[in-house]
Design a protein around this ligand. Structure first.
Ligand SMILES: C[S@@+](CC[C@H](N)C(=O)[O-])C[C@H]1O[C@@H](n2cnc3c(N)ncnc32)[C@H](O)[C@@H]1O
Length: 401
């Protein structure tokens, strides 16, 4: 490879020298014609003879300069050197094993993937699915438990829930269903996931398929707008409605389903607002809600609110979707949830500042390899502003039915 490369380079330089000599000779010939109607000798051969030595000198100097700069750049590890760290792109593992994309819960970790998983676990713990040390919580009631997961991104949370919380069809077939619920730790019986982005959906679908998770008869994922329930296709509506239906073994009028709507770092994107999904969750599914969301801090000036709403538009947050805790509660209450059964816990200190620090560190590492944060550069700045100004809060929301 290096030999071929230097052969090409020599040919390229020879071409440059020849073409420059020829070009300057032609220019010289015409200059001769202009300054003197009868030049002493203006043949192309004559001009070439005059132009070749300076051309050769010029390119020799250029080569020396280039070699020097390559040497110094290589020693500095600069991105434009012939051999630097550019081939990292050939060595990084693709596709990445994890594709989390949330703000993370940065306690006891400096690692993005762990922080993202911790955020999910923190929400699941708040809803009573996990113990504080991350174990599946023992069952409190023999209820069928189902999850409607909104905005599952590339499927990491789906993989976690299905692998860690769902009872396998085998477990259920080995025992009487009601017995299984009592003897096995709290499990999830059915999972339906919805996400908006088709690229992410396809990526998630492939990952789940490869890991055999889509063969579970009670796991279904869809690419749809979770915030606009009226646009849902019939198949999705059918699967979602099934989440809240009593099991076949339920007695007449018995509510034996514990249905949850999960929204991990996604509700603020919902257009036109969160209202339709809050209403659907309560009125159609009789479900509880568990979420990580962003709310506006109290007593913010009009100007700060204005700036926040405008910046929000660039990160896909519809206008006025940032609201205070009081306004947020009011939306849940108007959807049917009781105020006393709503918990909103501020976890901002474990989110924005450590996330910004991580992005700064990440940018430095990427730079070494000649890469950058790309679109996420704006996010780094925004999270930094949120951490310093405390204009918004990152909160865990639990609204029990
Ligand atoms: C910050 S990411 C979180 C992704 C994922 N929950 C995670 O933790 O890795 C927000 C996700 O919500 C999805 N999303 C945004 N609006 C949505 C909507 N109306 N319906 C469904 N998904 C939506 C986006 O496509 C994106 O994948």
């Amino acid at each position: 490879m290096p030999l071929e490369y230097s052969k090409n380079r020599i040919l390229y330089l020879a071409f440059l020298i020849a073409s420059q000599t020829l070009l300057s000779a032609i220019v010289l010939k015409y200059i001769y014609y202009f300054i003197s109607p009868s030049p002493p000798d203006a043949s192309l051969k004559f001009c070439l003879a005059y132009c070749a030595p300076p051309s050769l000198c010029f390119w020799c100097l250029e080569i020396i300069r280039f070699q020097k700069s390559v040497g110094s750049q290589e020693s500095k590890g600069n991105a434009s050197a012939v051999y630097n760290l550019d081939h990292a792109r050939l060595n990084v593992v693709l596709p990445p094993e994890k594709m989390w994309m949330n703000m993370g819960y940065w306690i006891g970790t400096n690692d993005f993937q762990s922080a993202c998983k911790e955020l999910l676990k923190e929400v699941l713990e708040a809803a009573g699915f996990l113990t504080p040390v991350g174990h599946v919580k023992p069952l409190r009631a023999a209820k069928r438990t189902t999850i409607l997961d909104l905005g599952f991104g590339c499927g990491d949370q789906s993989l976690y829930i299905i692998s860690k919380l769902m009872r396998t069809p085998l477990e259920l077939s080995l025992m009487d269903e009601a017995m299984a619920r009592r003897s096995i730790n709290r499990g999830v019986d059915a999972y339906v996931g919805i996400t908006l982005d088709p690229t992410q959906f396809t990526f998630a679908q492939e990952r789940l398929k490869v890991k055999g998770k889509l063969s579970h008869p009670l796991v279904h994922i869809f690419c749809a707008d979770a915030g606009r329930t009226r646009t849902w296709p019939a198949e999705l509506i059918k699967r979602v409605k099934a989440l809240s239906m009593p099991s076949p073994t339920a007695k007449e009028g018995e509510d034996d389903v514990d249905c949850w709507v999960l929204a991990l770092d996604t509700l603020y994107h919902f257009k036109p607002s969160r209202n339709p999904i809050f209403q659907y969750a309560h009125q159609e599914l009789d479900a509880s809600i568990m979420a990580y969301d962003i709310i506006l801090s109290d007593n913010q000036s009009l100007l700060t609110r204005f700036v926040l709403h405008i910046l929000g538009l660039f990160m896909g947050v519809p206008l006025f979707n940032f609201m205070t805790e009081r306004e947020y509660r009011a939306k849940l209450v108007s959807a049917g949830y009781e105020d006393e059964r709503i918990e909103i816990r501020d976890i901002s200190e474990h989110v924005f500042a450590p996330l910004t620090k991580f992005l700064v560190r990440r940018e430095k590492v990427l730079k070494k390899f000649g890469w950058g944060l790309g679109k996420l550069k704006a996010a780094k700045w925004l999270f930094g502003w949120w951490a310093r100004s405390k204009v918004v809060k990152g909160v865990i929301v639990i609204a029990r039915k």
